[in-house]
Design a protein around this ligand. Sequence first.
Ligand code: FAD
Ligand code: SF4
Length: 840
Amino acid sequence: MEIEDAVPKMTIDGYETVSQPIKRERYVSNSNTRDSNTFKIVKRVLLSTEPEIIEFECYSPNVAAHCKPGQFVIVRANEKAERIPLTIADFNRETMTVTLVCQSIGRSSKIINALQENQNFYDIAGPLGHASDIRAHMGNIVLVAGGVGTAPVYPIARAFHELPGNHVITIFGARMKNLIFWEQKMRDVSHECYVTTDDGSYGIHGFGTTALQKIIDEAGYSKTDEMAPKTRSFDAVYAIGPLPMMRAVAELTRPYKIPTIVSLNTIMVDGTGMCGACRVAVGGKTMFACVDGPEFDGHLVDWGNLRQRMGAYCEIEKKEKEAPLDKPEFKLLAKDAPKTQTPMPVQDPKYRAQNWTEVALGYTAEMAKAEAARCLNCPKPMCVKGCPVQVPIPQFIKKVKEGDFLGAYKIIKTANACPSISGRVCPQEAQCQCAEGSYGCILARTGKESVAVGRIERFVADYVRENGLEEKALIDATSGKIHPTILTGKKVAVIGSGPAGIAAAASCAQAGHHVTMFEALHKAGGVLSYGIPEFRLPKAIVQHEIENLSKLGVVEVKTNYVVGKSATIDDLKKEGFHAFFIGTGAGLPRFLGIQGEDLPGVLSANEFLTRCNLMKAYQFPYNTDTPIMKAQQVVVIGAGNVAMDCARCATRLGAQVTVVYRRRLQDSPARQEEVEHAEEEGVHFATLNTPLEIVANCEANGIKGLRTQVNIFENGEIKPVEGEINFHQCQMVIIAVGQGPNPIVPASTPGLNTTKGLITTDENFATSLAGVYAGGDVNTGAATVIKALGAGKKAGQEINKYLENINVEGVSETAGKIFYPIVAEEYQNLFMTEAEFEKK
Ligand code: FAD
Ligand code: SF4
């Protein structure tokens, strides 16, 4: 991707200094673009020792080129480190560097601060969050900074100072003199400047609020008389620093009705709008600091429990030194033999409830053939009708019967991009193996169990992968050769790397288009990577499928790239992308709106699962720096797949888990197998219980339990039983009641139509904008992996049709060249003529 930019004077070693405007790459962290300069620390300054505060100036071209005052980045110090949000303290668009200031508080900030000059951050993702509202002629602006808050206040003060009609008053302070930093920098961007120390060792004795109160009093403000004559008025107060300080500023200005903005970046955990940990009630509405903020009206923020929430993981870090989980042991156990299906070998529940390795162990070749032999090869197969991507089921099962597993794989791949994934997580019992309605395996209607289509599919995909046969599967049966791809030179941006994005990228790459897949998190795969646990879907399989994409043509994966923040769709258009696929999923957690939901100890399912799966927090503190909340008794609210995953993860972390669900178990949208596995592992189900209130634990900092209304099922309806209340004792509650679409892309794309937040499309997945397509959960709401794969594939094909009619001028020099989609590493990304290839 290229963008026109101003004259850069690159002063970093190894980068040329050029005098003419150049086309410059947007630069983000990913395996393809990472080099020795990526996120290099070019300057490290110790600002204070007790506590340790470090200023880092780092080479981060994408953030430096696009950030604005008030925005933040997510950093990781190393591959296993926690994701930590840091507000951008300064930036230099010429040297392409950003300045970050970090105070050592917990384990992760200490790891960051241990990094030295010329070392590199592992990731710097951003810029994220809304920029501060900075305009000319805004009047008298007071900026109050406490402690490290000075760092994020600085670029805001500078931006106000540079514009006419703004009078900038800065008040910044710390506990004592040696904790004050950037005094001269702050004075340079202020018309008036006040320095305070709590102990009076420097400047004004007292807190920032002391100085603020002083200038408010001097101006003639009165708490009781709004009309009292004033020598000057204050048009806005910005407060950035520790929560108690921001709260104190907001309380101080409230009676005078001085508009007050606070920055809640300190409560953020993930930064991509998907974990819900940074939720905060503002004016009675739940908002997310990373999506809606980080700046909010300080007078509307509910300050009640923000401080407790902030401290929650610090407490865990302190306590976490407990004994490791019992040594995992495998035991093959045929599940209670079903009537007719070949049983799936699974780990014994007693052992698997203590380990994170895969529960279902997969068929052997003999088992797969035995199960395939049950198939009737129906001429009008009802199973195919139930499959969202119409896999030719009887045809591939016939090949399995014959022992031709590669042949079976080739047939599956004509319809399904990721059989090793869908074979594991598809709700087959409601699709191809359904026993009711107008589709599903015929055997299930004859008193027998359906053919275990999913298990056979999984076996075939695993067999081919494990035996290194994927390359062979690309060979065309008639020509005996691998089909080359002729590159078109046209560029497709795929936003989101979940199943929808993966399938769309595959379709477009197969047509010879250059595909760049943008992913907000540091790992591709969407829910497959961050949501579904390792014991259901090993992450190595997900990464293998992503790596396979590059073998299909020219696919580049850019992680840590939040489209809508790092760059908008309009920016990407200007950079030469001709078509777009939006597959950003439904990652925004929903909450119940009951009392106590904001207490520490209450987590969204997404936060809990992301910590467990993406950040491997279950290995904390041995193999990861991301801590996870644990408790003896955990309640999970909800009973879908997400709730089952939460319950089973919490069980593996050593908790007694109760799933609270307002309906009956048979109404649960979760896969039957997941419910059964959870029960076997000791999860308790409290059905017909509607959550009423999460009760605070008054003695300790946390929760005591969950009160629920007891219901009955009567005449097809769920009805509350008057006066019957249950109390579920617990120290932790996980809320798994659904997710909404991620709002960042629609909010930053004018003209992109949505309905209740979901991106609206026609039957061909075309949105209201020409060349922009969308599919998967962001289009349908939370659904299934196979539906997202199907939508991505079809949308990709529609994009290919759209691009046929688009004339592209002056595009890539690779247009017309040939790419051989093969596995052998030495051929990858090698463009050559057919003759050259044959010779090799
Ligand atoms: P996602 O998988 O959500 O991927 C979207 C990706 O887009 C994410 O990686 C996200 O980080 C990225 N993104 C978001 N915003 C941006 C942005 N602005 N810029 C760049 N990238 C962005 N389905 C099943 O069939 N079987 C199951 O067993 C099952 N279990 C599930 C368990 C859990 C815990 C969850 C949460 C879901 C489960 N589902 C299951 C549902 C299934 O995973 C989803 O329907 C499917 O993943 C949707 O795919 P998608 O590609 O639309 O979105
Ligand atoms: Fe085989 Fe069942 Fe499909 Fe018939 S309906 S082809 S028996 S899987």
